[in-house]
Design a protein around this ligand. Structure first.
Ligand SMILES: C[S@@+](CC[C@H](N)C(=O)[O-])C[C@H]1O[C@@H](n2cnc3c(N)ncnc32)[C@H](O)[C@@H]1O
Length: 275
């Protein structure tokens, strides 16, 4: 197959599509990287013509092949880096403040559940870290109910499998590994006890939120950096609406709400609270 080049007008069309449908803003300086990813995707799909590929991606998928192409496109364009106990001070914060979090939680009071949303969960490490932490610190009469969502079908599939290899970046101690995983060859499988605390779903953060019951805690870490201020502002407003009174929003260490309008009270760096 000849080397694939993506014409500028198609790069602009793909960028527009990503922004409108996934909130992802591609700066001009990142368009080369987008072109490389698109060329690789087209190569793998055996499609030489950018127009034909664009048509596949933007049209509603009617065949299995189209569905596969679209899923691969989403999985490849998005960045999935994550780790167990990533940005650990957030988990330490929850541990330190758990009594107050439970006291102010309406769902803990009325349904004995602490409701947490890991809103861009990638391959599941963040949600499972929350579940393990909850098992350690929640009183026996409160159950963790964790929703974990992501736009990437491949990431959600891996998250549901719950099988991992630990690398140097995983901040997970032997205590957690031995208590909540079983060895599976060179990999580790998360226990059913932890899996049962988490529900994984595909969800696009730029779509209207369908939730009926308020969350106590929302994690939205290391995804807002890919959105522009307009999308961030709308998303943070939506988070405010689905949090219960006094609920917490955690964002990534390299993110901030400083430049957008919002109703949250700043609690400490990367931690915000609903009034
Ligand atoms: C870098 S990972 C962050 C994972 C985890 N929150 C963490 O901090 O370790 C970013 C995730 O955001 C997801 N993502 C990107 N755009 C999204 C959107 N519009 N809706 C939902 N998830 C999205 C990607 O698929 C990716 O898995």
């Amino acid at each position: 197959m000849p080397i694939i080049t993506i014409e500028k007008n198609y790069l602009d069309l793909f960028s527009e599509y990503l922004y409108k449908n996934m909130g992802i803003y591609i700066e001009d300086s990142k368009k080369n990287l987008l072109a490389q990813k698109l060329a690789k995707l087209m190569q793998e799909a055996g499609i030489e013509n950018a127009g034909e590929y664009y048509h596949f991606i933007v049209s509603p998928p009617i065949s299995e092949r189209q569905k596969e192409l679209k899923n691969k496109f989403i999985d490849t364009i998005t960045v999935h880096k994550t780790n167990f106990f990533r940005e650990n001070n957030h988990f330490e914060f929850i541990q330190r403040n758990i009594s107050e979090i439970i006291e102010t939680s309406q769902s803990a009071k009325f349904t004995n559940e602490l409701r947490i949303w890991s809103s861009a969960c990638s391959t599941g490490e963040e949600a499972y870290t929350l579940a393990m932490l909850c098992k350690e610190i929640l009183p026996a009469n409160v159950r963790p109910k964790i929703l974990a969502t992501d736009i990437s079908p491949d990431s959600i599939r891996k998250a549901m499998e719950g099988i991992y290899k630990f690398g140097p970046e995983d901040n997970i101690t032997n205590y957690y590994i031995n208590k909540y995983f079983t060895k599976n060859g060179t990999q580790w499988a998360i226990s059913d006890e932890i899996k049962n605390c988490v529900t994984f779903r595909l969800f696009n953060l730029v779509e209207p939120f369908p939730f009926k019951n308020p969350f106590d805690i929302i994690f939205c870490r290391n995804v807002m950096i890919y959105f522009d201020k307009i999308v961030q502002e709308k998303l943070v407003g939506n988070f405010y609406n689905v949090l219960g009174k006094k609920g917490f929003l955690f964002i990534g260490h390299s993110e901030s709400l400083i430049q957008i309008k919002h109703q949250f009270t700043y609690h400490e760096p990367t931690v915000y609270r609903k009034n």
